[in-house]
Design a protein. Structure first.
Length: 360
């Protein structure tokens, strides 16, 4: 029997534009089977959380335009669990909004906030680490995060600097550090008390709302004003009117960086944020020439290190290409060097400017 005080907020509002042309505004990456496993990323994340948390206590936070996609892909979820943002305002407003809804339903709730598009294979260890955090958060006024052991000096993540002296599994956080340049990232890793910030948080509903009240009084007042409407039919009306007035601010900046009761557990599981085609390539099985193939049937000559994805069973013949992203999607074909994958966002903008918004 799962603990009825356990809740989850599953963040599923992003667009994932670095995965264009598969991920588009109308159909973002979390609703795709990116790994070719038969499950979409949001389905994988939902069932991973459901190992520990009652299914009816998993709330999906998303933009209102994705409501139907959520209900279609997660048939066990009811409309009560889909929390819709009428405007894009980063992570702090939607987390506060969902937390107030949960508090009204269950003031004893402890919860996890997790992105919907991460790759975590070892689900048992993930559950073990989350359970550790839940046990701690139910007894202490703590804001917790799961940090990832850095494997190389990555400049694409923020870092968490923790207290070096502590021998406990749960360590207090000294500070959050913005995405560093390469030299700074190398120093962080050499120091040994830095973890990647994966954007996975755990806390009691009481602690997180208190943190918002203390650190973001304006934001708190805005959403607290709707307390009488939450979980009733008047809620949508209140949110439509007030949500667009919220500051565009991340939860890291809004409360984590400003609080002194922040703790971290170094995750014991393998993790990948599946942010780019290259990170997906790293996680997929490769053929003998190191090509990672999703859905396609390939004939490769003198071609290695490529990421190839097409419609089911499309035949792809590749000759003389090394380390390219080759993605065929309806009316768009992308053939792009893997080393420039971070530029796909800009390429998408150029395509939209040149050929029309509907391509993104």
């Amino acid at each position: 029997m799962k603990n009825k005080n356990y809740y989850a907020i599953l963040m599923a509002g992003g667009v994932g534009s670095r995965f264009w042309p598969v991920s588009t505004e109308a159909f973002p990456k979390q609703f795709h089977d990116m790994l070719g496993t038969g499950d979409t990323l949001i389905q994988k994340t939902f069932y991973r959380l459901a190992n520990l948390i009652p299914k009816e206590n998993i709330f999906i936070l998303t933009n209102e335009r994705y409501n139907d996609l959520v209900l279609e892909q997660l048939p066990e979820v009811t409309q009560r669990q889909v929390v819709l943002e009428p405007a894009m305002r980063n992570t702090a407003p939607c987390i506060l909004y969902a937390s107030l809804k949960i508090q009204k339903e269950n003031p004893d709730a402890v919860m996890i906030v997790a992105p919907s598009d991460h790759w975590i294979e070892d689900e048992a260890t993930f559950s073990k680490n989350v359970q550790q955090a839940f046990d701690f958060c139910s007894k202490n006024n703590a804001l917790m995060t799961l940090g990832i052991q850095p494997t190389f000096p990555n400049t694409g993540y923020g870092y968490i600097e923790f207290d070096k002296i502590s021998a406990e599994a749960i360590k207090s956080v000294n500070q959050f550090r913005e995405k560093p340049d390469y030299e700074t990232a190398k120093q962080f890793i050499a120091q040994g008390n830095f973890l990647w910030n994966a954007g996975i948080f755990m806390w009691s509903v009481k602690s997180v709302i208190e943190a918002f009240k203390n650190n973001q009084p304006q934001l708190y007042a805005l959403f607290e004003g709707g307390m009488g409407t939450y979980n009733t039919e008047l809620e949508t009306h209140f949110i439509k009117d007030n949500y667009p007035n919220a500051d565009n601010v991340s939860v890291d900046y809004a409360i984590m960086e400003k609080s002194n009761n922040v703790f971290v557990i170094a995750a014991e599981f393998d993790w990948n944020d599946l942010g780019t085609w290259g990170s997906l390539y790293d996680k997929l099985d490769k053929d003998s020439a190191g090509n990672a193939v999703v859905h396609a049937k390939t004939l490769a000559e003198d071609a290695s290190g490529n990421m190839i994805r097409t419609k089911k069973d499309k035949i792809v013949v590749v000759d003389g290409l090394q380390d390219y992203i080759i993605v065929d999607k309806d009316e768009v074909l992308l053939i792009y060097p893997k080393t420039k994958e971070q530029d796909i966002k800009q390429v998408l903008q150029k395509v939209k400017d040149e050929f029309g918004e509907h391509y993104g």
